[in-house]
Ligand binder design. Structure first.
Ligand SMILES: Nc1ncnc2c1ncn2[C@@H]1O[C@H](COP(=O)(O)OP(=O)(O)OP(=O)(O)O)[C@@H](O)[C@H]1O
Length: 933
């Protein structure tokens, strides 16, 4: 028989068939080419070598389609190519290409080599009809070769889903007894287990099953194997948790079909074996019919696209088109109200608690302290991101790895402030890569960069998507989704998603296809497209795209309206005390690294201390007598004490007022990776209290030495009592500063608050004029630390008598100034209470700064819009369109299938789930979803 090789290409790769053996394309795991799609039969297509090439025979109930027509059989001859869709005209696509005497094919005689898995080769894409005038062809730069491969395959990529599921697909031929695939040996390991025993899993080598993953704890979980089969998994109180079928568990029974997840490692019982898979990021990512509402306004309309593993997707569109909305929906930060996001076939929203750990997110503003070096920033980042039991050496190794991966070795010891925009962005990406996310999202990474840096960042992202290949520290690559305003280097992407205002898909496909579709010569001209998009209704652009040849119908079922996701526990890796230690050390390092700031905080108390010092008080702060021995009023005492307390309050507030707002981007990002609010605020308070206290000591000594009050009331030393009063007032003002820092969105806005509050304290301190008898003002003054601090100073100094001598009736000027221990203590206590109240308010306001994760609870109108949408079904279903949805006759993008559960339609296929290792046949539908979902 002639030696003809058949190249079978699906969305995730290619199988080369050579020799004399027949092969099967189907959903069954034992198929030679696995396409795990509900439209595909278990043994859908039979491929047999024939005299003329390869015979292709439909063996399914739903059929095999070529050019929209059902065919039962065809022959692919050498040099020919056939594009087939399985299970329907919109089913997953398979491209068959026959090559005579293929290189590397086995010589006649010996048994045929098993089909080999390899990355998809370039497959010529059919020419796309262009709604805009087609642009002359511009040759792609050599660099673009890989992108072109994906681009060429794009027409089949969005529909075919070979071997998906939570566990990496087995793409090559599968041994039906072991379920192992010779082509992906590294992805799967088998650990024999003894029934009736116990095995421990964890990061350290002394475990029965070592899990080499920094997201796993040293001793992570125990698996108890019952003698009669079945098992129970117990989480050993870990930071990252143990998951069974996507749900975090402390202890849970585990059956043969259940999937245990620890970090990036997944385990399944297979008889007397425990089969381990590693989520290396080689998984597809899908968005299906995402709809988002804000009130009655629909921000996103039926967003549908699929990305194969290791793709770089660029999301572009005019301002307000919905890019951030999409990013929030895809990351799960603000889930879509309807529709699904699937990661490796698993529902991201349903299994968010587990899958959110695989997501890296690089915000637009670099979440980095400018004063730290790249290495220090990464080391502190690693401390916060990894479990408390990781050693400094383990973290150091990972930090050095990511420094190398991102090409930052030469810059590792430079402070972030000395980096170029592109290097800063690479450092932000490095922070995210520490935990090896399988999905990386970036929000406007190139904004503000010059073209050279823009290009460098896009090249970096492309390299990150593709991975470094075998043997490199970053072998596998990952899917990278980048939202960008910059269109110049979109050719670096595998796919481009162009959004139209209203969150419509104006285009999705390969970048060169986008140029053709929009009639542009190159991406320099692409900005004009945004103008067109802004001036054309989104529905119209979406309809135009759907009618074009670039549109690939989706095989997804209709969207389901989603209930609001349940609140999830924090991702915290470390106990609060450990975080407090990390954050305090980092904060100190940031301060110590900034020499000019250090000089400033050292000089500040000296300069401020001079202010009360220069106030002449020749008679000191105590009692003054006339020459004839008569007591008289000492007005200097009030002036000195009020200036003293006011300067202290100003100093305390100035220390803190910018400290939260200036790092709000860092705070926001770190909150999503489990930063404790208590630890964060605690670190600020510890460091700032230390600085403020030291400053107050210097300042008080300069201001008061040699003219202290005469007699203490409680602590034995008037100087110490004054010092305590000044420190407490300064710290309470520092707390007010922190509160202000949470209220503003920009550090520059803190200055007016600083001035205003200091002036207010001057009045409310009651030193310029008594406020205690003024209705309203008296009560308001209780909120001013200067009021209590000054009262404590006045109490020590006995100011009622020092300045009130000879007052008719002898009433005290202010009862809070009384010269006794009880009143002094009350003043100090009230000032501290005020500090605590401010701290409490700060913790509340800090929440406002946090990223909004989850759906807004108050979106009552949105809820009703969603409910209406759900009640009448998805687009394409009979009935009225949902608010803002395409009307009748206007199918939604994605060529939706019937609504879930609509009469006359079969129920939707269950979410594909890792097939049972070793099982010869897939289970019946309904068994593939994780139990209990
Ligand atoms: N909570 C909300 N309520 C009402 N409208 C909103 C809300 N959030 C966003 N929008 C609107 O949704 C649309 C999309 O916003 P989004 O921020 O996603 O756009 P974008 O493409 O990211 O814009 P830009 O490029 O300017 O950042 C805008 O018109 C915006 O005004």
């Amino acid at each position: 028989m002639a030696s003809t090789t058949l190249r079978v290409t699906t969305s995730t790769g290619e199988v080369v068939l050579a020799g004399v053996d027949s092969a099967v394309i189907g959903r069954a795991r034992a198929s030679n080419v696995v396409i795990n799609d509900s439209q595909v039969s278990r043994q859908h297509v039979l491929l047999a070598p024939s005299a003329g090439g390869w015979r292709v025979v439909d063996n399914s109930a739903n059929g095999m389609f070529q050019d929209g027509r059902r065919v039962s059989e065809l022959e692919v001859r050498p040099g020919e190519q056939a594009r087939l869709r399985l299970g329907g005209v919109d089913g997953p696509e398979v491209v068959l290409a026959a090559v005579a005497g293929a290189p590397g094919s086995a010589p006649a005689g010996p048994p045929a080599a098993p089909p080999q898995w390899s990355p998809p080769p370039p497959v010529p894409a059919p020419p796309a009809p262009a709604p805009y005038p087609p642009a002359p062809h511009t040759p792609a730069p050599p660099y673009q070769a890989a992108g072109s491969v994906a681009a060429a395959n794009a027409s089949l990529l969005p529909t075919a889903r070979a071997g998906q599921a939570g566990i990496p697909r087995v793409a090559g031929p599968v041994d039906p007894t072991t379920g192992s695939s010779p082509s992906v040996p590294a992805a799967r390991k088998t650990h024999p287990i003894r029934p009736g025993g116990k095995i421990r899993l964890g990061r350290s080598r002394d475990n029965d099953v070592a899990v080499p993953d920094l997201l796993a704890s040293r001793h992570h979980a125990e698996l108890y194997l019952h003698p009669g089969g079945g098992a129970e998994v117990v989480d050993l109180d870990t930071a990252n948790g143990t998951f069974v079928n996507g749900q975090r568990v402390a202890r849970a029974p585990v059956g043969q079909r259940d999937v245990i997840a620890i970090g990036h490692h997944l385990f399944q019982l297979d008889g007397t074996n425990l089969v381990e898979y590693h989520d290396s990021g080689d998984v597809a990512f899908e968005a299906a019919n995402l709809n988002v509402w804000a009130g009655t306004k629909q921000l996103m309309h039926d967003m549908t696209f699929r990305l194969p593993a290791r793709s770089l997707l660029g999301v572009v569109g005019p301002s307000g088109a919905g890019k951030s909305t999409l990013l929030n929906a895809l990351t799960g930060f603000r889930p879509a109200d309807a529709g699904t996001v699937r990661y490796a076939g698993r529902d991201l929203y349903d299994e968010y608690d587990e899958l959110r750990r695989r997501i890296g997110y690089v915000p637009q503003a670099d979440p980095l302290h400018a004063q730290l070096t790249v290495r220090q920033a990464l080391e502190y980042g690693a401390e916060l991101r990894f479990p408390a039991d990781t050693t400094a050496e383990e973290r150091r190794v990972r930090v050095e790895e990511v420094i190398g991966e991102l090409g930052l070795t030469q810059h590792a010891d430079k402070p972030v402030s000395a980096l170029s925009g592109g290097q800063k962005k690479r450092t932000s990406v490095a922070l995210e890569l520490l935990t090896r996310p399988s999905l990386l999202f970036l929000d406007e990474p190139t904004s503000g960069l010059d073209p050279a840096n823009d290009q460098a960042v896009m090249d970096t992202l492309r390299a990150l998507a593709k991975g470094g290949g075998a043997g490199s520290a970053d072998e596998q690559g990952r899917t990278v989704i980048v939202v960008t305003h910059s269109v110049l280097f979109l050719d670096r992407c595998d796919y481009v998603l162009v959004l139209s205002p209203g969150g419509y898909v104006a285009y999705f496909g390969p970048p060169d296809g986008a140029l053709t579709y929009f009639g542009k010569r190159d991406f320099k001209d692409f900005v004009d497209t945004f103008r067109d998009l802004e001036n054309t209704p989104g529905e119209q652009m979406a309809a135009r795209f759907r009618a074009s040849g670039d549109f690939v119908p989706s095989a997804m079922v209709a969207p389901s309206v989603r209930a609001a996701p349940p609140p999830l526990p924090s991702l915290r890796q470390q106990p609060v005390s450990a975080q407090l230690s990390t954050l305090t050390r980092r904060y100190l390092k940031v301060i110590l690294a900034d020499k000019s700031y250090l000089r400033l905080i050292a000089l500040f108390p000296v300069l401020l201390g001079i202010v009360p010092r220069v106030i002449p008080a020749p008679d000191g702060l105590g009692f003054v007598f006339t020459d004839d021995g008569q007591p008289t009023i000492n007005t200097d005492a009030t002036t000195v004490l009020v200036v003293l307390v006011l300067c202290a309050c100003f100093m305390g507030m100035a220390n803190s007022v910018r400290e939260i707002v200036k790092e709000r981007d860092i705070y926001r990002r770190e909150r999503t990776i489990g930063l404790s609010r208590t630890a964060y605020l605690g670190s600020k308070i510890i460091v700032l209290t230390g600085i403020t206290t030291l400053q107050c000591i210097v300042f008080t000594l300069i201001g008061l030495l040699g003219r202290t009050p005469e007699e203490a009331v409680l602590l034995g030393s008037p100087l110490i009592e004054c010092l305590v009063a000044i420190i407490v007032a300064a710290i309470a003002s520092m707390m007010i500063g922190l509160l202000v820092s949470t209220l503003v969105d920009n550090a520059d806005k803190t200055m007016p608050f600083l001035v205003l509050i200091t002036m207010g304290q001057l009045v409310l301190a009651s030193g310029m004029f008594p406020v205690n008898n003024q209705p309203g003002l008296g009560q308001l003054s209780w909120l001013a630390p200067a009021r209590w601090g000054f009262a404590a100073l006045a109490s020590t100094d006995d100011l009622n008598n020092v300045v009130g001598r000879g007052r008719p009736g002898g009433d005290p000027i202010d009862s809070l100034w009384k010269h006794n221990a009880g009143i002094w203590f009350l003043d100090i206590f009230m000032c501290l209470l005020l500090a605590v109240a401010m701290l409490y308010l700060t913790t509340i306001m800090l929440r406002r700064m946090e990223p909004k994760v989850g759906r807004p609870a108050a979106a009552g109108v949105a809820a009703s819009a969603v409910a209406a949408y759900g009640a009448q079904g998805a687009p394409g279903a009979p009935g009225m369109p949902a608010p803002g949805m395409p009307g009748p006759g206007m199918p939604g993008p994605g060529g939706y299938g019937p609504p879930t559960g609509a009469p006359g339609y079969p129920p939707p296929a269950p979410t594909p789930w890792p097939p049972h290792p070793g099982a010869g046949q897939p289970p019946a539908p309904g068994q593939w979803g994780p139990p209990g979902r």
